[in-house]
Design a protein around this ligand. Structure first.
Ligand SMILES: Nc1ncnc2c1ncn2[C@@H]1O[C@H](COP(=O)(O)OP(=O)(O)OP(=O)(O)O)[C@@H](O)[C@H]1O
Ligand SMILES: CC(C)(CO)[C@@H](O)C(=O)[O-]
Ligand code: BAL
Length: 281
């Protein structure tokens, strides 16, 4: 496995691989790898000749009061995990390499970023779209792999690829969970033992909504209320948002119909966790 820190070097490697007719799969991450990330690597390896992962904690997608400084980082640990997985290249640039002092561009996807995480984290998806487009231009992949856990991020990237006519297939990958249902996240390490127990309520609340929908409930207000009640019964929890949207258009809905994404963000202590589920009626 080769670690590449410079943009030009990564571009040169990719150019050579493409000349040899190799297909490239790309897995963008912020590191502190877990099984969720590794599932994307496995999927990419099964569909491409070469897999490149980026590890870059992107400062421009964090708000001023968010956890950029505190975000978990352990490159040696990540390198070992990536190597064991049989990854070909890790792109590991510095902040200066990605954002030189004269950097001036912002990529902004409109409308679908007005709700959910886009509303709670102003500017977040501009930061994501900007860095992902940069990474796409550096790695020039045939396919790129994103987790369904960040469902709104996935929608933003798909929209950007469509709007800007990029020749990249975006491959959504299912959410990988701990045994008790908690979605894997690098941020789970922030949780104390007690908070970790409370955190299982995110997935429980999604399952509650699914059960109620299966029993015939279609009223989103009632479904949200049932989820809120369950979440707030738990210690340490504070709800950021619970949203029901049309899976294709990301429009907020008041009645469950067709393919629906139920998404939520909940603070457990000071840690903000997200999760979601797709239901179809
Ligand atoms: N549990 C998971 N299952 C599947 N994919 C995941 C999971 N967690 C993260 N991913 C995906 O891995 C990619 C990199 O995500 P990232 O590095 O932000 O990890 P993360 O664990 O989600 O971090 P955090 O939750 O702290 O934001 C994204 O496409 C993300 O959707
Ligand atoms: C896509 C991404 C690597 C961009 O920084 C990040 O938002 C993430 O890890 O999901
Ligand atoms: N997985 C999304 C990255 C973030 O929370 O900033």
């Amino acid at each position: 496995m080769v670690v590449v820190e410079k943009i030009q070097e990564m571009k040169d490697i990719v150019k050579k691989l493409k000349k040899e007719g190799k297909t490239i799969g790309f897995v963008p991450t912020m590191g502190y790898l877990h099984e969720g990330h590794l599932s994307l690597v496995r999927k990419s390896k099964s569909e491409n000749d070469i897999t490149v992962m980026s590890i870059f904690v992107n400062p421009i997608q964090f708000g001023p009061n968010e956890d950029y400084d505190r975000y978990p980082r352990d490159f040696e640990r990540d390198k070992n995990l990536a190597e064991k997985e049989g990854l070909d290249y890790v792109f590991y640039p510095s902040v200066k390499e990605m954002y030189p002092d004269d950097f001036k561009t912002v990529v902004s996807v409109k409308n679908i970023t007005d709700i959910m995480c886009g509303k709670s984290r102003p500017g977040h998806f501009d930061g994501v779209a900007t860095v992902v487009l940069k990474l796409f231009n550096i790695v020039n992949p045939d396919r790129a792999y994103f987790g369904q856990k960040d469902a709104q991020q996935l929608a933003v990237i798909k929209q950007m690829v469509k709007d800007l006519n990029l020749d990249i297939e975006i491959v959504p990958c299912p959410i990988v969970r701990e045994e008790d249902g908690l979605a894997m996240s690098s941020r789970n390490v922030y949780l104390s033992d007690d908070e970790r127990k409370s955190a299982t309520v995110l997935y429980k609340s999604l399952n509650l909504a699914k059960d109620l929908i299966e029993k015939g409930e279609r009223d989103v207000l009632k479904l949200k209320k049932a989820m809120e009640d369950l979440i707030l019964k738990e210690k340490y929890t504070r709800i950021d948002y619970i949203e029901f949207v049309n899976y294709e258009t990301f429009e907020v809905i008041s009645e469950v119909k067709g393919k629906v994404l139920i998404a939520l963000a909940v603070f457990v202590g000071t840690t903000r966790l997200i999760d979601n589920m797709v239901v179809e009626v």
